[in-house]
Write a protein that binds this ligand. Structure first.
Ligand code: SF4
Length: 369
C-alpha cells in the first residue's frame, strides 16, 4: 500500500508527468538542486538546531548565524562535488536572472537574524517535537494512508498545540490563500491519531514567512472542516490510483522543474515564454511598475553590531542559464507547507521576545525569489 505525502499528491495535480518521473519511474534528477530548495533546507536546519539548544542554553544571534554559514558551506561543497561528478552546468540551479549564490546566502542570513530578533528568547511555547513524523489514516478502514513531518510542534501556556511551518518564499499567504492550504491541517489529523496527543488536543496552525518582519499567518480547522479535508484527500488519492496516463501539464512552474531538460513540452513552453518576453522587450518600454513594500511587513537588515560573514562561492561556476527550482519541496526528511490569516492577536502566538526593531527591505531584496 502506498503511503502518500502532501507533496506526492500535490505533484500529481501540478503535473502528472512530473509525478511519473519522480514517483513512478524514480528517475534521478538530471539537474542540480534548485537554489530555493537549498536555502530552505539550510534555514530549516538552523531552526532545528536553535530549538534543540533552547532548553539548555539560548544561543546568541552570532552563534546561530555561524551555524547557518557552516552548514551552507558544507552543503555548498557537496553541491560542487556533485556538479563535477554529474557534469551539471552549475552546482545549484538559479532560474531568476541576476541574483547569485552569494545573494541567496545573504538573504538566508537575514531570515535567520530576523527570526531570532522576533522570537528571542524563544519562550512563546515549549517545543514538543522537531521534524516530528506523523503517520495517519484518512478513512476508518485504513485504506488511505498519509504521512508527513512537522517542522516544529510547540505547546503554549494555555495548553494549545501549535504546528509550526517555516517558509522562505517571498510571497506571504493571504487569508484566502490560507483557506486552501491543507498541509498543516493534514498534520492536525496526524496528531489526533497519535497516541501521545490524541483527538482532544486543541490545535492551531502557524506558518512563518521568514522573508517578512511580521512573519506569522495562523489558522484553525474545526472538526467539520477536518472531515471535508479527509474526503478531499481520499478523492485525490483515488484519482491518482485510477490514472492510466501521466500527461505533461506545461506552465510557469516548468522553469523550476528538475526534469525540464528531459521534457519536450516543458522546454517548448519555456522557450515560447522567452520568445514572447523578447518581443515585449523590443516594444517601447512603459514605465516600470514599482511594487510597494507593505509597511511594517518587511525584511530586516543585518544588525549594525555585527559584520555579516560573507560566503565565498569558490572557483566554480555559480550560475547557469535559466533552468529550474523544484516546483515543490521534496518529501521529508529535508523539507517542509497551510488556513485563516489572523489579524486578531488572540489567534497569534504571542511574541514575548524582544520587540523587533524597525526594519526595511528594498524591492529588489524581495524580488530575489
Ligand atoms: S517540465 Fe513542465 S510539463 Fe515537463 S514534467 Fe516538468 S512541470 Fe511537467
Amino acid at each position: 500500500m502506498t503511503i502518500y505525502s502532501y507533496s506526492r499528491i500535490n505533484t500529481y495535480f501540478t503535473c502528472p508527468a512530473q509525478f511519473q518521473f519522480r514517483y513512478i519511474e524514480r528517475r534521478p534528477s538530471p539537474a542540480a538542486e534548485g537554489i530555493e530548495l537549498f536555502l530552505g533546507s539550510r534555514f530549516h536546519e538552523t531552526m532545528e538546531h536553535l530549538y534543540q539548544q533552547v532548553p539548555h542554553r539560548v544561543p546568541t544571534v552570532n552563534q546561530l548565524l555561524n551555524y547557518f554559514q557552516a552548514h551552507w558551506e558544507k552543503h555548498w561543497k557537496a553541491a560542487l562535488d556533485k556538479q563535477k561528478r554529474e557534469n551539471y552546468p552549475a552546482a545549484l540551479r538559479i532560474v531568476q536572472e541576476g541574483p547569485t549564490v552569494e545573494d541567496y546566502f545573504q538573504k538566508g542570513q537575514l531570515f535567520v537574524e530576523n527570526y531570532y530578533h522576533q522570537y528571542h528568547p524563544f519562550d512563546q511555547d515549549k517545543t514538543e517535537g522537531i521534524e516530528l513524523k506523523v503517520l495517519f489514516d484518512l478513512d476508518p478502514q485504513g485504506h488511505y494512508k498519509m504521512q508527513g513531518f512537522i517542522d516544529r510542534l510547540g505547546r503554549d501556556d494555555e495548553g494549545v498545540l501549535w504546528i509550526h511551518d517555516y517558509k522562505t518564499s517571498s510571497r506571504k499567504m493571504s487569508q484566502e490563500d490560507v483557506k486552501n492550504e491543507d498541509q498543516l491541517a493534514l498534520y492536525q489529523i496526524g496528531l489526533s491519531q497519535n497516541s501521545k496527543f490524541g483527538p482532544k488536543e486543541k490545535i492551531k496552525l502557524i506558518w512563518h514567512f521568514v522573508a517578512f518582519e511580521k512573519d506569522q499567518v495562523t489558522a484553525e480547522r474545526n472538526e467539520k472542516e477536518i472531515g471535508w479535508l479527509k474526503d478531499k484527500y481520499i478523492s485525490k488519492i483515488q484519482t491518482i490510483e485510477k490514472a492510466k496516463s501521466f500527461p505533461t501539464k506545461p506552465g510557469v512552474l516548468c522553469q523550476w522543474c528538475e526534469y525540464l531538460s528531459v521534457c519536450g513540452d516543458g522546454k517548448g513552453w519555456v522557450e515560447n515564454k522567452k520568445k514572447k518576453q523578447g518581443q515585449a522587450a523590443e516594444k517601447p518600454a512603459s514605465p516600470p511598475e514599482i511594487l510597494p513594500v507593505p509597511a511594517g511587513d518587511a525584511l530586516s537588515k543585518p544588525s549594525p553590531e555585527r559584520t555579516p560573514p560573507s560566503f565565498n562561492p569558490g572557483p566554480f561556476p555559480v550560475t547557469e542559464a535559466p533552468t529550474a527550482p523544484d516546483a515543490l519541496p521534496p518529501e521529508k526528511p529535508g523539507n517542509p507547507t497551510s488556513a485563516v490569516l489572523s489579524s486578531d492577536s488572540s489567534n497569534t502566538l504571542k511574541q514575548k521576545g524582544k520587540k523587533s526593531r524597525s526594519r526595511v527591505v528594498s524591492v529588489d531584496q524581495l524580488s530575489l525569489f
